[in-house]
Design a protein around this ligand. Structure first.
Ligand code: PHE
Length: 339
């Protein structure tokens, strides 16, 4: 009997198949109810006591090789199925791809640049780390000018000549230094001011500033350009210009749009007046043109500047400016459907 078992062990060890039904036949032959193993276990009862130990061990080793063989072939067949999923279920739906979304600041910035591009403005950019000349002095803000306090400045280390730009007017200075009129350019970008962070203001924000310089540019051109912009951007066609002060423009004005008083939100955002301030503007001060190498006798121009966050908050009804910088996906995902 021991010899027969040894033969079976050799047979099991030599067994190979890549076919599931052949494996099943093999399993039934050895481990089935009427299989070889059960046959030997039944015969075991008849074995004289003194041989039981030795005989038991041989049957057991047959049992072990059979089980190991079945498991090995099963594992192999399964792994082959896994690594070839393309031949599995071809009707299975594809893996979903996560689609990102543009940041609301970028959406609004793109919208603004598109509107001005349609009336001939190009886009100019400049460095965020600026020198005193481009951020202040060239813009009619000499050292110790009190209006410098209007924009609390971050200086880099202790060098008063190196600072983080407080507005993108600095880009306009660079553009005027490098280009001859006619100039029609807008400068979107990130700016920095040393202000306390709250729901309404932040030490980092974004601006779009515009500049138009040519012969005979007048205040009427400025007003008409802004009217076109507000119509395109907000669908509102009523604006008013309130006298204001900026060192680099003369005269200067603050632009309000008539938002209306239809809903409770309108009341809240316009503080019950229906009017909303959206930007500053004015005719470029001749001193600024001269500082940038443009003949102020020959050319005139206008400039304007607005905060992107403020406009995004208005359009999307966002009540806290800090949301823009927190990178909370629950906030950002809401802008997914936009292009
Ligand atoms: N630079 C001004 C600011 O940051 C905005 C402005 C630009 C005003 C151009 C007038 C003309 O507040």
């Amino acid at each position: 009997m021991t010899e027969r078992i040894a033969q079976y062990i050799a047979e099991v060890q030599a067994f190979q198949t890549t076919d599931k039904s052949e494996l099943e036949a093999f399993r039934i032959k050895f481990s089935g109810k009427k299989g070889i193993l059960n046959e030997f276990f039944a015969a075991f009862k008849e074995v004289p006591n003194h041989q039981k130990k030795e005989f038991g061990q041989v049957i057991n080793s047959l049992k072990v090789v059979v089980e190991e063989k079945i498991k090995m072939i099963q594992d192999f067949l399964e792994s082959r199925e896994d690594s070839n999923p393309i031949y599995g279920d071809l009707s299975r739906p594809g893996e979903p791809i996560k689609i990102g979304s543009r940041h609301p600041i970028s959406l609004v910035k793109n919208q603004i640049t598109d509107i001005f591009a349609s009336i001939g403005f190009n886009v100019s950019e400049g460095p965020e780390i600026e020198d005193d000349w481009h951020n202040f002095t060239a813009l009619n803000l000499p050292e110790y000018h009190p209006a410098r306090d209007m924009q609390d400045t971050f200086f880099i280390q202790t060098d008063p000549d190196v600072l983080l730009r407080t507005h993108t007017s600095s880009v306009q200075v660079r553009y005027m230094e490098e280009n001859k009129p006619p100039i029609r350019t807008i400068s979107p970008g990130r700016v920095f001011r040393n202000e306390a962070v709250s729901s309404r203001s932040h030490c980092i924000f974004h601006q779009v500033e515009g500049l138009y310089i040519d012969k005979d540019v007048s205040f009427a051109d400025l007003k008409q350009t802004l009217l076109y912009f507000t119509k395109e951007m907000f669908g509102k066609s009523k604006i008013r210009l309130r006298p204001s002060y900026f060192p680099f423009t003369e005269p200067s004005a603050e632009v309000d749009i008539y938002w209306g008083l239809k809903t409770e939100t309108d009341y809240r955002i316009t503080k019950g007046t229906g009017w909303l301030e959206i930007m500053g503007c004015g005719m470029v001060d001749p001193n600024v043109l001269t500082n940038c190498g443009i003949n102020a006798e020959e050319y005139t121009g206008f400039a304007f500047g607005m905060g992107i966050e403020r406009i995004a908050m208005l359009l999307y009804q966002i009540s806290d400016i800090r949301m823009f910088y927190e990178n909370d996906v629950r906030f950002l995902e809401q802008f997914k459907s936009s292009i």
